[in-house]
Structures are given as C-alpha cells and as structure tokens.
Design a protein around this ligand. Structure first.
Ligand SMILES: NC(=O)C1=CN([C@@H]2O[C@H](COP(=O)(O)OP(=O)(O)OC[C@H]3O[C@@H](n4cnc5c(N)ncnc54)[C@H](OP(=O)(O)O)[C@@H]3O)[C@@H](O)[C@H]2O)C=CC1
Ligand SMILES: O=C(O)CCC(=O)C(=O)O
Length: 479
C-alpha cells in the first residue's frame, strides 16, 4: 500500500505518525497511509514558508501565472482520477467528485489569469507636488485549515489566490481526507512551485492545527469548518492580532411559494438538501413552504426521494453516497431521534441506516414535516441528509422564518413572481441568494461567504479574495 508524506520546504518528509485513509463506502478499503505530522513538523513548515516568502512575493507574475496554469491543466487532465479519489475518501458520488475536481481546475485557471491583472492605483494628492500610489502586498505566511466535505475545491480556493497574490502557505487538510490535498501539493510541486512556497502538514487539528494557530510567524489564517472550531481559531488569531477568515456553518432556507413551478421546486429541494449527502454548509436544510403548495410539494419530494439510490459512492447509478464517517453518522442519527422525540416533528420519509454490499455509513435521507422554527432540528446545523419542511401562511411569514436563524450563508426561493423574487433577493439575510436554484452549488469566480454566524472576515473566491490575501499600502511621494 502507498504511503504519502508531508511536504516541508520542498522535501517529502515522513511524519512521526501514520493515518489510514478509509473509504466510507467500504470500511475494509484502505486508500493509503498518510503521514500524521506533529507540532515540530508544523513549525518546520512555517519556518520554510517564512524563508520562502520574500522571494515568492517578488517572483515575476508570469512565472506565477505559468505555475497556476500548469496546475489547472493537470487537474483538468486528471479530473476523472482525482474525482474517483475524492469519491473514495469522502463519499460524494463519482459524478460529484469529478465535478468538484473540475471546479478546482477552474479555480486555478481563474487565479492564473488574475496573476496578470494585478494592479494598483495612482491618485492625485490634495497637496501640490505629491503623488499617491495605492498598492496591494502579500500577507506573508498564510495558515490554512480545511474541512473534509470539499476535499479538493476548498484547498484549491484557498491555495490558488494565496499563490496568485504572492503568499506562502502551510496547509493542514482534514484528517479524514488527506488524499486530495496531497494530490494538489504534488501537482503544484511538479508544476514548478519553488521549495517552501507550499507546505503540506497532514495530521490532527488539535496538534498541527493548534501549532499553526500558536505560531507568531503565521501572518494570516483561513479556516473552513464548524462554528465551534471557527470561534477557537478567531480567538487564537486575536491573541496574535492576525488577519483571519472563517467559513462555518449554515441552516439555509429554501422558500417555496404557491406560484412555484413544482418540478423546479422539488429538484432544488432534493439537490440542495440531500445531494453530496447533505454535507454542504450551503445545504437547503429548511424547506419553508406556503400552504397552497405544501401537500403537493411534500408528496412530490417524497416520490423523488423514493427514486434515488443510496449506495457506494463510486457505483454506477448511485445518487447519494454514504455519510463521511461513523462520528458524523452518529450525529445525524442523534438529530433524527431529537426530531422524532423531543422536537415532536413527523418523520415523513427515511432516516434509517441502510445495509449495502460493502460495510459503509449508509443513511436513507430523512425528511421531517410538521416542524416549527424553534425546534432543534431547525436551529442547529446537522450536516447530513436531513431536511425539514416548515409550513407557512404566505410570503411575509416565509421571509421572516427564513431570516430567523443565527446563520446567514445561502438563502433560496422558488417562485414565478418577479415581485417576490426581487423582494427576497433584497431582504434575505444571507451572503448568497438563489432564485429557482438550489442553495448549494456555487460558481468558482464570484464571492463566496455569508453573514451572521456563518462567516467572519473577508469573502473567499473571485477577485474579492484579494481582500484577505493582500494588505493595502498607500505610498506618498514628493515628485
Ligand atoms: N461549513 C463547513 O463547510 C463545514 C462544517 N462542518 C461542521 O462541523 C461539524 C464537525 O465537523 P469537523 O470536521 O469535526 O469540523 P472541525 O471544525 O472540527 O474541523 C475542520 C478543520 O479544523 C481542524 N481542527 C479541529 N480542531 C482544531 C483545533 N483545535 N485547532 C485547529 N484546527 C482544528 C480539523 O482537523 P481534523 O482533521 O483533525 O478534524 C479540520 O481540519 C460538522 O458536523 C458540521 O456541522 C464540518 C465541515 C465543513
Ligand atoms: O455549495 C457549494 O458549492 C460550496 C459549499 C461549501 O463550500 C461547503 O459546504 O463548505
């Protein structure tokens, strides 16, 4: 079986420990043995990133462009293989895995172009004979802590802009999915990235992640994951007065009005709530449905769910793969019990563990009806294939319920009314709003992020990524 090392200062370096990467569709399948780093390795990686930072910041933008472009080309060429690895280690379906690998390619492609569009401003001064230049400079060493649910796209959308804007990197991927991050590090190394510019330290958050957060030599930290860990990351960054960017949970509403096209509404709900096994921070976990369409919507959604196959992520015909691991499956089952029990909701479909040909973490998607917005299943992020239906009187009540949450990542509406669609776009308290589209599934070249408890700090992706990965300098000169 293959063993995969950490990348520190350009050298593939064995870890003091090893983690086995297990396939959630078949727990007998060990994908590979991956290094498990410790604090000493994290600190060596930070030192390497610090040493490489001045030279990478000065590297010709065409060189940076060429490296990112070459990485994009290899990712596109290997999208099927990388998508297969992703499906095998995370449990997304093969189609979703290949789609996510393609998305990583698009992100590298986009930021390759951005390397050649870096620009500053020249501004007239109010003082005679004085010139002002406003420029952006790299932050320096960026620490990256990434989650398991988008094993290639999230590392890509942090690494690509960081490199484009001249930063060096220490990345710690989630322990459950080291394979895709290792593949990206390997691709970038072979694309010609100088030693020390990208350092990969696989290992535990409590060890490697903590070392990144505790180092005075890390200039900025970008994190995606749970709210609890995100708060901890923010506190540690505050201690160092360090720039931080957090992308955390969601409890995303999808409003369905009486005048919605029923087929579109059901497609949006099923895709948004259950595809990728519901393990998306943008998942449509609350379906807010007006009275006139409620019963038809619930009936059609259940019919659609009945037609979906939950099985091995890499098997032909699978629509929904397994839950990522035993711990997340326990969380999901626990919330299903809370929904049925203390919350008093009606489990209208699914919610039971499934056995398949191989031992895996299979769960029939669960749909709760007769729920109210104060129930725990409507207030807490579950992060699994569990969605609720909230029956409301009209649009005004739907909007109020949609906004009644501590989260604010993505928000959607299905309607044929221009009036309601426009009003919703203006009044939804979310960073992203979707009309007649699922709340999950975003483009790679535009800002991604939310409000309230979902996000903290500047947006990710697209040109807005510059706000996090650069610092602004205003220079005055007597001409
Ligand atoms: N918004 C989103 O995109 C995501 C949200 N979640 C939510 O989080 C819940 C739990 O998932 P989980 O993976 O445990 O999320 P975590 O927030 O614990 O993990 C995210 C990343 O942070 C790391 N980490 C954990 N503890 C620390 C620490 N003390 N210091 C630094 N880094 C740390 C993890 O490392 P390690 O690999 O060791 O766990 C992982 O790389 C899910 O049920 C879901 O609700 C999860 C993933 C993505
Ligand atoms: O919905 C998407 O496309 C992205 C979701 C995401 O980034 C996440 O779940 O962490």
């Amino acid at each position: 079986m293959d063993t995969f090392s950490n990348l520190i200062g350009g050298e593939w370096t064995e870890g003091p420990g090893i983690t086995e990467n297990i396939n959630p569709s078949n727990t007998n399948d060990v994908i590979g043995r991956y290094a498990q780093g410790d604090a000493a390795q994290a600190n060596a990686a930070i030192a390497a990133a610090k040493a490489a930072a001045p030279s990478w910041a000065r590297t010709n933008v065409m060189v940076r462009h060429n490296i990112l472009k070459a990485a994009a080309a290899e990712i596109f060429a290997r999208a099927k293989e990388l998508g297969d690895l992703l499906a095998r280690e995370e449990g997304k379906t093969l189609a979703e895995g290949i789609g996510e690998a393609g998305r990583a390619g698009q992100i590298f492609d986009f930021f390759a172009g951005e390397c050649l569009r870096l620009a500053g401003e020249k501004v007239p001064s109010i003082r005679p004979g004085v010139e002002i230049e406003i420029t952006r400079e790299p932050m320096g060493v960026v620490g990256m802590i990434t989650p398991w649910n988008f094993p290639i796209a999230i590392p890509a959308w942090k690494i690509a802009p960081a490199l484009c804007y001249g930063n060096t990197i220490v990345i710690k991927p989630a322990e459950l999915v080291p394979g895709c991050a290792w593949a990206l590090a390997d691709i970038l190394k072979r694309a010609g990235l100088p030693d020390g510019v990208l350092n990969l330290v696989m290992g535990k958050g409590s060890v490697v992640g903590e070392a990144i957060l505790s180092s005075p030599d890390v200039d900025a930290v970008t994190f995606t994951g749970s709210v609890a860990t995100g708060k901890h990351v923010a506190m540690k960054c505050a201690e160092h007065m360090r720039k931080v960017q957090l992308e955390m949970g969601g409890k995303n509403p999808l409003v369905i009005l009486d005048d919605a096209d029923l087929d579109i509404a059901v497609d949006c709900a099923v895709n948004g709530a259950f595809f990728s096994t519901g393990q998306r921070c943008t998942a449509s976990s609350r379906l807010i449905v007006t009275e006139g369409i409620h019963d038809r919507f619930v009936e059609a959604t259940i019919a659609k769910l009945q037609s979906l196959s939950v099985d091995d992520a890499r098997k032909d015909g699978t629509h929904i793969g397994p839950v990522v691991d035993a711990k997340q499956l326990d969380t999901d089952m626990n919330y299903i019990e809370i929904g049925r029990g203390e919350d008093g909701a009606r489990l209208a479909w699914g919610g039971e563990r499934l056995n398949r040909a191989t031992p895996g973490f299979y769960l029939q998607p669960a749909l709760f009806t007769e729920t109210s917005n104060d129930m725990r299943i409507n207030r807490e992020e579950i992060f699994g294939p569990v969605a609720t239906v909230l029956r409301v009187k009209d649009y005004d009540e739907a909007l109020a319920v949609a906004n009644d949450t501590r989260f604010g990542l993505s928000s959607g509406i299905c309607t044929t009314s221009l009036k309601y669609a426009s009003h919703f776009k203006r009044n939804a308290e979310a960073g992203m709003v979707m009309v007649n589209l699922p709340t999950a599934g975003v483009d790679p070249h535009v800002p991604f992020g939310g409000r309230k408890g979902s996000s903290y700090g500047p947006r990710e992706q697209g040109r807005y990524a510059a706000e996090f990965y650069t610092t602004v300098k205003t220079a005055y000169q007597l001409a």
